[in-house]
Ligand binder design. Structure first.
Ligand SMILES: Cc1ncc(COP(=O)(O)O)c(C=O)c1O
Length: 385
């Protein structure tokens, strides 16, 4: 790839769908937001109460919470039986800047970093922004839309790095423990550095996803309060890094972003113990997932990725369109249901995919299904006429 090809950052089309959705809502239309990957619930009530107290009593300067670092380190012991020191945790303003820190600490410009296609749009674009070369690995239903050890091992030349995401966006698929162990073995053997995006951990509908740290202690792990903790707008996340990566990653955090917000750090610490409320959200997502899975055949959608986790369903709409962006725009204009076009996640095959986010209320999922069934039927009829 040439430097100018690497540097070309593509738009995030779901954001454009979101803008259209808000424009239509402004005209009085009843819009259902299934385009963004964000919980419609707020932060846990106790976290919000803590933030109110902090606002009344704290001057709110630059600050890093030692208690939160400790609590995150404890989380790795409790959830994954992985021992890490609090010094290995770096607090960030969400997973997005955590990626900038991780990638720029591990790789020099021009390095080649492999990732699954389809995958989260920002991986590709963050890599390009940092003048790193994305090596997209086409992943289809046979490999559950995930990188496999065999495919990684077959890359010639071997990449310098690998981004893993399990559960993944846009598919929700989880990498099985034995496959994750095999991927770790290839990475160790070929000296491929791994950045593991674990932002959807806690949101699994079968066995919980494993952390890459369970197989590869040298992996850099990215996580955030945006999904399981339902705090996307608070902009809080973290990185776990090896001791030798702490200094470069921390230097980047402090120079580029200073510290996360004081309010978010206090609230995040409380949120980590609000399990009952957070598991209630997961139960809601599980209900929504069941409803959508049951309804998809009546929309004529039967080629979907198995959504093991996260809150997405990625479905093949190739029999209805060759232009997923135009399809999503029309669906939104006609029914008020906003969805994300596959081209955000896959520049090659994404024109025939759509992503539904079911992180909305169950009532809204039911309403969206009711609106979409006749619309999809009329699209299918128009195509076959
Ligand atoms: C897979 C994945 N990683 C990272 C992010 C960024 O999250 P944050 O809000 O923590 O920056 C998202 C947001 O949707 C995501 O889906």
């Amino acid at each position: 790839m040439t430097v100018s090809e690497i540097a070309r950052v593509d738009p995030f089309h779901a954001m454009a769908i979101g803008r259209l959705a808000y424009e239509l809502a402004g005209e009085g239309r009843d819009v259902i937001h299934m385009e963004y990957g964000q919980p419609s619930t707020g932060a846990p009530a106790a976290a919000i109460a803590a933030a109110h107290r902090v606002l009344d009593s704290d001057p709110g300067g630059y600050w890093e919470s030692t208690a939160l670092l400790e609590r995150i380190a404890r989380h790795y012991r409790e959830a994954y039986d992985v021992g890490i020191d609090r010094e290995q945790v770096i607090l960030t303003c969400g997973a997005s800047p955590a990626f900038v820190l991780a990638l720029s600490s591990l790789f020099v410009p021009g390095a080649r970093v492999a990732l699954a296609r389809p995958g989260y749009v920002a991986y590709r674009n963050t890599l390009k922004t940092l003048y790193l070369e994305p090596v997209e690995m086409a992943c289809g239903p046979a490999e559950r839309y995930q990188v496999t050890a065999a495919a990684l091992d077959a890359l010639d030349p071997a990449p310098d790095g690998l981004i893993l995401a399990s559960p993944a966006n846009p598919t929700g698929t989880v990498i099985a423990p034995e496959e994750l162990a095999a991927i770790a073995e290839v990475c160790r053997r070929k000296n491929i550095r791994v950045v593991s995006d674990e932002i959807y951990h806690g949101l699994a509908y079968g066995a919980p996803a494993q952390s890459t740290l369970q197989h590869l202690p040298e992996a850099v792990v990215v996580n955030s309060f945006s999904k399981y903790y339902s705090m996307a707008g608070w902009r809080l996340g973290w990185l776990v890094v090896l001791p030798e990566v702490v200094a470069p990653a921390r230097a980047r955090m402090n120079n580029l972003f200073l510290t996360p917000s004081v309010l978010a750090q206090h609230a995040g610490l409380i949120a980590m113990d609000e399990t009952a409320e957070l598991e209630g959200h997961v139960e809601g997502y599980a209900r929504n997932r069941e409803l959508l899975l049951a309804a998809l055949p009546s929309l004529g959608l039967d080629r979907i990725a198995p959504p093991d986790g996260a809150f997405y369903i990625y479905a093949d709409i190739g029999h209805l369109t060759e232009d997923s962006l135009a399809f999503c725009q029309q669906l939104l204009r006609d029914t008020g249901v906003a969805t994300a076009p596959g081209i955000d996640f896959d520049p090659v095959d994404g024109h025939r995919f759509i992503r539904f986010s079911f992180a909305v209320s169950t009532a809204l999922v039911q309403e969206a299904i009711a609106r979409m069934v006749p619309w999809f039927a009329s699209r299918a009829k128009a195509r076959s006429a």
